[in-house]
Ligand binder design. Structure first.
Ligand code: ADP
Ligand code: MG
Ligand code: MG
Length: 478
């Protein structure tokens, strides 16, 4: 495994400059694109023609071949597991509802209440579609330990960068091939076909001023080019004005500007690239809009239940003895999933012992709340003061997780548009995409759908590409 002590290859400045030109021109000519950040508070959002190349790594991340294959294999079992969790109403009520996280976390409470209301109203459960991404880090606590792969988290909402990661792999031109765009679009197309109206559209629910627009558009073009399925994009604010439910519970979207965009369209699948963070809901009206969309016959990607299933709290509860095994048999791969986990416990475990242990072992832990999108976690030395000021009743909203410890000292060249190239020590996070289409009383239909690698400097805690810390990368199998 010598590559882990002498990586990346030592290149001259001239060689690196040449590689940088090759990489950035490849990115710009293959839609490996991003929008620049808003320049100042009152500036207009950047227009599409201001596109820049996405942040990228010049040289792929070395990952042992057997661990990479193992991660791809695990995906099928994870797809099935989270489909079954989302269908287990009493489990989700118990963990995420009243008496659980909803009592101590506003955002969870709003999502869970919206879901509860739908059930009280007796709305027939629509099909759920998950486009998932399971994230891992290489783990090697000491140099005597074998390198293994441990799960960081499982994403059930807005799992992004599939199409762009396919393009990074194309840029590095490495095996194995990475067909995320086709794989994710297949999931959406499968749910669309289940709706049984070829003229219906897929609705993309998007954030205003999305920077990651090209990652989303590539899926949209794939849906049309391979499946002849059309897409309509709307923000929650626009949907508040244009969405309605017909007598037969079809979801109907009117044009934003009356008369311009022809007739209203019927929706087969609602695909959320917004709605995972509190800021996505500008007012209670946006939660009501989310509830309205889910009260239709259109498949929800994800449903509220599936979004709640994808929380860190559920990840923690599944690690408890016997819990995973309620959802997945040994033949279906339960032991292999457990093997991909590090220790996680709730801060409110055992009458305060959970919090005490988090303080005592702070240097090897991360604390996580029920949030997505990066930048929400508390690390190492910041944990004790944080736990001490946290009201004890809010502990249930936080989980403590053992830090995964990647092998040391791998370097990389990271390139950001406008910021040039840096040579730094890095950590790479492998994400595996999958989809699952499921509903009450039917077999879970699911597939693995490609992968991504995000790489960040070793000395920053969080690697979000959208948050500006990480870059898109691919693998060199070693
Ligand atoms: P989010 O849903 O906000 O992406 P994550 O659980 O993925 O939350 O945490 C964000 C980042 O924090 C990860 O991408 C990773 O860089 C770091 N991180 C999270 N959990 C661990 C862990 N157990 N060990 C090491 N790093 C972690
Ligand atoms: Mg996440
Ligand atoms: Mg994450």
């Amino acid at each position: 495994m010598s590559v882990f002590t002498s990586w990346p290859p030592n290149l001259t400045t001239e060689q690196l400059d040449q590689l940088t030109v090759l990489a950035t021109t490849y990115a710009l000519s293959h839609s490996l694109l991003y929008l620049p950040p808003v320049s100042s508070q009152n500036a207009p959002p950047p227009a599409p023609e201001s596109a820049i190349h996405a942040p990228i790594s010049l040289i792929p991340a070395p990952i042992p071949r057997r661990l990479f294959s193992h991660a791809l294999t695990l995906q099928r079992a994870y797809n099935t597991l989270y489909a079954r969790v989302a269908l287990d109403v009493s489990f989700l009520d118990h963990v995420m509802g009243h008496g659980g996280v909803a009592d101590v976390d506003d955002f969870t409470s709003a999502l869970w209440s919206a879901w509860k209301r739908l059930r009280v109203d007796g709305v027939p459960q629509p099909l759920h579609l998950g486009l998932f991404r399971s994230d891992y880090l290489l783990h090697q606590p000491t140099s005597d330990d074998p390198i293994s792969l441990k799960q960081v988290e499982f994403n059930t909402i807005s799992s992004s960068f599939g199409p762009l990661s396919q393009r990074v792999a194309g840029m590095h031109r490495n095996l194995p091939i990475n067909d995320t765009t086709k794989g994710l679009a297949e999931g959406l197309a499968e749910a669309h076909r289940a709706y049984d109206d070829p003229d219906a559209y897929v609705l993309f629910v998007v954030q205003p001023n999305e920077r990651n627009i090209f990652d989303q558009r590539l899926l949209e073009y794939q849906l049309f080019e391979s499946h002849r399925i059309r897409v309509v994009r709307r923000t929650f604010a626009e949907l508040g004005l244009t969405a309605s439910i017909s007598a037969s519970r079809a979801l109907i979207i009117a044009p934003v500007i009356p008369g311009l965009n022809a007739d209203p369209v019927e929706i087969s699948v609602v695909y959320y690239r917004s709605g995972y963070a509190p800021v996505d809901y500008a007012s209670p009206a946006d939660y009501a809009t989310r509830g309205l969309l889910e009260s239709s016959r259109a498949a929800q990607c994800p449903s509220l239940a599936l979004q709640l299933a994808g929380t860190k709290k559920v990840q923690e509860v599944l690690t408890r003895p016997g819990m995973l095994e309620r959802f997945l048999t040994q033949e279906e791969g339960a032991a292999a999933l457990r093997g991909s986990w590090v220790r996680i416990w709730s801060l409110d475990a055992d009458d305060g012992a959970g919090a005490e242990e988090a303080v005592r072992c702070a240097h090897e832990l991360v604390l996580k709340p029920q949030r997505e999108g990066g930048g929400n976690n508390i690390y190492r030395d910041s944990i004790p003061p944080f736990v001490e000021q946290l009201p004890p009743q809010e502990r249930a909203a936080w989980v403590a997780m053992e830090l995964i410890r990647p092998p040391r000292s791998i370097g990389a060249y990271l390139v950001r548009s406008g910021a040039g190239r840096v040579n730094v020590h890095v950590m790479s996070e492998l994400g595996v995409f999958g989809w699952a289409l499921f509903g009450e009383g039917r077999e879970v239909k699911e597939k693995q759908a490609g992968w991504l690698v995000r790489t960040k400097a070793e000395d920053v805690n969080e690697g979000g590409v959208a948050a500006g810390f990480g870059v898109l990368d691919s693998v060199l199998l070693v």
